[in-house]
Design a protein around this ligand. Structure first.
Ligand SMILES: Nc1ncnc2c1ncn2[C@@H]1O[C@H](COP(=O)(O)OP(=O)(O)O)[C@@H](O)[C@H]1O
Ligand SMILES: [Mg+2]
Length: 253
């Protein structure tokens, strides 16, 4: 099972859009996927019309409830989800000062049946708090969606530094699988320049695939469908299928 955090502390980068639609595109290609919605705002859960899991995920952190008790089906084929809990906003406070609180999620993931899923995708909250640190401690890989805007680049440097520190102190096997340019408006010079800058600075770490700005992607949460079902011929569907292909190709490396 590949365990991947989709993370960037900046809100609006495209994390949830990527978690939901990459999962669906991987599912189309017969990969079994579990999304863990670690954002208290529960956007991935609500995208899949799965109800907020009440205290659910908070109890995984504070009372050792097994994560597998919370798994729910989605209507996308081969995609299941552990819904978020709005109670997770309390996680920071509940875990403050607890010894070993960074490793709770890692220990939980070790208890999951190893062969049930091919991919576990963690949709991270837009902050570098205890939940994101738990994700960085629990996963092997990180995918970083970056909005194609110059303002997003400073935040990216900070995130990469955090990943480096997490690797050093908590998770030596952690690696960045790719930086993903998102919301690329190919009609503007600015967006293409930002993608160019990313490639200059980070080279091969940047996926060749870019996710273009596509209004269909912004619409589909209201229809409770991933883009591959909502508008299977849209640019958005094409881009997330291309990403799934690139991610699957990495299975061999
Ligand atoms: N490629 C895209 N084209 C159009 N809108 C997008 C695209 N990616 C994301 N969005 C929109 O941008 C906003 C932020 O995206 P989201 O995935 O929720 O970011 P995050 O989870 O990082 O906060 C949402 O309203 C979403 O619909
Ligand atoms: Mg989100």
């Amino acid at each position: 099972m590949r365990i991947v955090a989709i993370t960037n502390q900046k809100g609006g980068s495209g994390k949830t859009t990527t978690a939901v639609n990459l999962a669906a595109a991987l599912g189309e290609k017969k990969r079994k996927v579990l999304i863990v919605d670690l954002d208290p705002q529960a956007s991935a859960s609500s995208w899949y019309a799965v109800k907020d899991g009440s205290r659910g995920l908070l109890d995984v952190f504070v009372h050792n409830t097994p994560l597998s008790d919370l798994v729910q089906l989605t209507q996308a084929s081969n995609v299941e989800i552990v819904p978020s809990s709005s109670w997770l906003v309390g996680a920071e406070k509940a875990l403050a000062g607890e010894v070993g609180s960074e490793t709770i999620l890692r220990r939980q993931l070790q208890l999951l049946p190893p062969d049930r899923w091919d991919y576990l995708l963690v949709d991270c909250p837009p902050s570098l708090g205890i939940l994101t640190v738990n994700a960085l401690t629990a996963v092997r890989e990180v995918v970083v969606p970056v909005e194609a805007h110059v303002m997003a680049l400073d935040g990216l440097a900070q995130l990469l530094k955090t990943v480096e520190v997490a690797k050093e102190r908590l998770n030596p096997e952690l690696k960045i699988s790719g930086i993903l340019p998102c919301r690329v408006d190919a009609r503007t010079r600015h967006a293409l320049e930002v993608v160019e800058q990313l490639r200059e600075r980070f080279g091969k770490l940047v996926y060749r695939v870019i996710i273009r700005e596509n209004v269909r992607l912004a619409e589909c949460p209201s229809f409770k469908q991933p883009i591959t079902e909502y508008d299977t011929r849209s640019y958005g569907a094409a881009d997330y299928r291309a990403l799934a292909k690139a991610v699957i190709k990495q299975e061999r490396s």
